[in-house]
Ligand binder design. Structure first.
Ligand code: NAP
Length: 376
């Protein structure tokens, strides 16, 4: 299921609160950061918030700068990003500003919530997702039915926590403001619960007046057959590596990365790397790792093309090398076509041996691109 790129955006106090318990919204950033947020809003296809934020803040969620809206229109996009609200209960104030400002709105809710929201006259496209609210279904619907490729999530804490816990966040943009709230009843950015393992990767820090912006991305692979946002991140890197392969008319160009369960990159490789005319990407990457490395057992191999099942150039195909290395999870973008080997089924070989193979076909075009000359 392809999903949009999901960017979580929030401002917090030094003690990790999103707000205080007063009736007015606590302003954590200053004008320069609000302007940065406005630019991020202008860059995305949709902005999502939870019903709790609509109730607490009554926000408009607009792109405020006229020149940014004009640039969107000039680029053939709607003046405002799609506004997306999430509510289980459907218990929403139809007069809230969210519904009466900006462009199109969509409300994702439950079957029961949809009835209640429609009865109340909420001015939005109301989409029921069943008896409960299912985040993958919601993201998939935004991607398929609404064409959303970049989604900005502006809170609150309940929504942010769920997306991060379920491995659905591609990036976190966090602003830390120099004040303390100290009220245990105030909402926190991330509530207690089971989050993915490992450290997030720090992409950027930036001082903006007296606040600090930090951008992070999750790196820990998913487990089993379920893909998380970090899986897409690593598979994109594998596809980028495929572009670096020395060209060939007799073999595919493939990139591969091996990543430990905590998100540590163990090795990467690509076809025909370092002057070896027959080395495959997975083989090149695995050769750089100590076979006794205990992290291999829980590692994931990302390969732009499914690992080969048969090859003439070396005794063992890559699917076998992966299994022999102890790896039991592979993420790939593209099943091997019959170009060189008829009926190659590296995924079958891997799954028959108990490994999980996750295919993310939304990266297939990227994986095929450096092989276009072979595909006729
Ligand atoms: N500082 C910042 O950057 C920032 C940004 C945004 C918000 N905030 C603050 O955050 C606070 C609000 O946060 P919050 O955590 O209370 O609310 P929230 O995350 O905005 O919304 C939570 C609501 O969303 C719906 N929801 C979310 N996940 C659901 C699921 N899996 N199933 C069913 N319904 C689901 C539920 O709506 P129903 O109750 O309708 O079922 C739930 O009560 C406010 O104080 C606001 O000021 C701060």
């Amino acid at each position: 299921m392809p999903f949009p790129y999901v960017l979580l955006s929030a401002a917090v106090s030094l003690d990790g609160f999103l707000d205080d318990t007063g009736p007015e919204r606590l302003l954590l950033s200053g004008p320069a950061d609000f302007d940065r947020v406005d630019a991020v809003r202008a860059s995305v296809d949709a902005i999502l918030i939870g019903a709790g934020t609509i109730r607490a803040d009554n926000p408009r969620l607009l792109v405020n700068a006229a020149e940014r809206r004009a640039a969107r229109v000039a680029a053939g996009r709607p003046e405002y990003p799609l506004k997306v609200a999430v509510s289980g209960s459907g218990d929403l104030d139809p007069d809230a500003r969210f519904w009466h400002t900006g462009g199109e709105k969509v409300l994702y809710t439950t079957d029961e919530g949809a009835e209640r929201a429609r009865r109340a006259g909420v001015a939005a496209d109301v989409v029921p997702l069943g008896p409960g609210l299912d985040w993958p279904a919601l993201l998939s619907h935004l991607y398929e039915a609404r064409g959303v490729r970049r989604l900005m999530v502006e809170g609150g804490g309940t929504v942010h926590s769920q997306l991060l816990r379920q491995g659905l966040a591609d990036e976190l943009q966090l602003v830390v403001a120099p004040l303390l709230v100290g009220d245990p009843g105030a909402p926190r950015l991330f509530g207690p619960g089971e989050y993915q393992r490992g450290r997030l990767r720090l992409l950027e820090t930036r001082r903006i007046e007296d606040v600090v912006l930090m951008r992070y991305e999750p790196t820990a692979p998913g487990s089993g057959p379920t893909a998380v946002a970090a899986d897409r991140h690593w598979l994109r890197i594998a596809c980028e590596l495929a572009v670096r392969c020395p060209p060939s008319r007799t073999a595919f160009s493939v990139g591969a990365v091996v990543v430990a369960a905590d998100g540590t990159e163990l090795a990467r490789g690509f076809s025909r790397e370092a002057g070896d005319p027959v080395v495959h990407a997975e083989e090149a990457a695995l050769a750089k790792i100590d076979p006794a490395d205990p992290r291999l057992a829980a590692a994931t191999v990302y390969s732009s093309l499914e690992p080969c099942a048969r090859r003439a150039s070396r005794p063992a195909p890559c699917a076998r090398l992966i299994l022999d290395a102890g790896v039991r999870r592979v993420v790939t973008a593209w099943r091997e076509p019959d170009t060189f080997v008829a009926g190659a089924d590296g995924s079958g070989l891997l799954t028959a041996a108990g490994a999980d193979v996750v295919v993310l076909p939304e990266y297939g075009a990227e994986a095929r691109e450096p092989n276009r000359h072979l595909l006729g």
